[in-house]
Design a protein around this ligand. Structure first.
Ligand SMILES: NC(=O)c1ccc[n+]([C@@H]2O[C@H](COP(=O)([O-])OP(=O)(O)OC[C@H]3O[C@@H](n4cnc5c(N)ncnc54)[C@H](OP(=O)(O)O)[C@@H]3O)[C@@H](O)[C@H]2O)c1
Length: 274
């Protein structure tokens, strides 16, 4: 992977940039507008939001203000848990589009697995067939959630966005995703800030003359995983995209693999209370 324009080709041929920009916990209004505008100005072309982030209006405004043509941007949103179900998902989709000031999404995801997954998935399939969304997928789906969905899904999800970082590399999920040609995507690639405390990451950053963040994000790319770091800090937004000019050796990839302790920084999808 040589530059930020490089894309994963999803199972339906749609191109998804390997590096995107996350917006979880970025406040609606000026903060999200400035962050997304800066990301687009620097060259990011993939923006990840969700209805529950309550910043879709700012994301939409930033895209408009950036003057980057809509078709050059890979825009992702997600249906929230309380909107799951066939009709309510269709409605939630329209609300997201309106807030984002667009008439289509590039990717729409089921945010968390819930009892109504199958009904929700039918709505996503419908939106996909109507051409309202270029690709559809899931998020936080464990092995059993995927297996259940696949039992009677007409369309196999194109993406599964899950917590993924060196301490939690989701080996089992990666395998099933590969088997079904589902692109794995990393949320929390910087462990929501905790990755900076890992000594090996510091050692590798020094060795490659890069930052810890750049090592972590480059590792995602070399693992074949789409990654969406979040930052509201302009220097960090820039830092996080400078990951295309070096390669982590096979030996160091193996050392990073040793960091797997099966520990999440976020909630276990089987035990969410929201
Ligand atoms: N599907 C889901 O359920 C789900 C869940 C969580 C997240 N996500 C998505 O994944 C995206 C990324 O995950 P995340 O936001 O949870 O966590 P993350 O990207 O792992 O970490 C974000 C944190 O790291 C800091 N940071 C970013 N770049 C840095 C750098 N170069 N040096 C030092 N600190 C840096 C940020 O600080 P500043 O912002 O202050 O610079 C922020 O505190 C989200 O924004 C969201 O779009 C999805």
């Amino acid at each position: 992977m040589k530059n930020i324009k490089e894309c994963s080709i999803l199972s339906n041929g749609v191109k998804m940039p390997w590096l995107g920009f996350g917006t979880f916990k970025v406040p609606e209004g000026k903060v999200v507008e400035e962050a997304v505008k800066e990301a687009l100005r620097l060259g990011y072309r993939h923006i990840d939001t969700a209805a529950i982030y309550k910043n879709e209006e700012g994301v939409g405004q930033a895209i408009k203000d950036s003057r980057v043509p809509r078709e050059e941007i890979f825009l992702v949103s997600k249906v929230w848990n309380t909107d799951q179900g066939y009709e309510s998902t269709l409605k939630a989709f329209e609300t997201s589009l309106k807030k984002l000031q667009t008439d289509y999404l590039d990717l729409y995801l089921i945010h968390w697995p819930k009892a109504l997954n199958k009904e929700t998935w039918k709505a996503l399939e419908e939106l996909y067939k109507e051409g309202r969304v270029k690709a559809i997928g899931v998020s936080n789906f464990k092995l059993h959630n995927l297996e259940e969905l696949l039992e009677d899904a007409e369309i196999i999800p194109m993406v599964n966005q899950v917590e993924f970082h060196p301490q939690f590399p989701q080996t089992e999920i990666m395998e099933i995703c590969k088997k079904h040609n589902i692109q794995l995507e990393a949320w929390g690639p910087l462990m929501q800030g905790k990755i900076f405390e890992i000594p090996l990451m510091r050692e590798l950053a020094e060795k490659y003359n890069k930052t810890i963040s750049q090592i972590a994000l480059r590792w995602d790319l070399q693992m074949g995983v789409v990654t969406i770091p979040k930052s509201i800090t302009p220097e960090r937004i820039k830092e996080n995209m400078n990951i295309f000019d070096f390669e982590i050796s096979k030996e160091d990839m193996d050392r990073i693999a040793q960091l797997n302790i099966g520990e999440r920084v976020g909630p276990d999808p089987d035990h969410i209370t929201f």
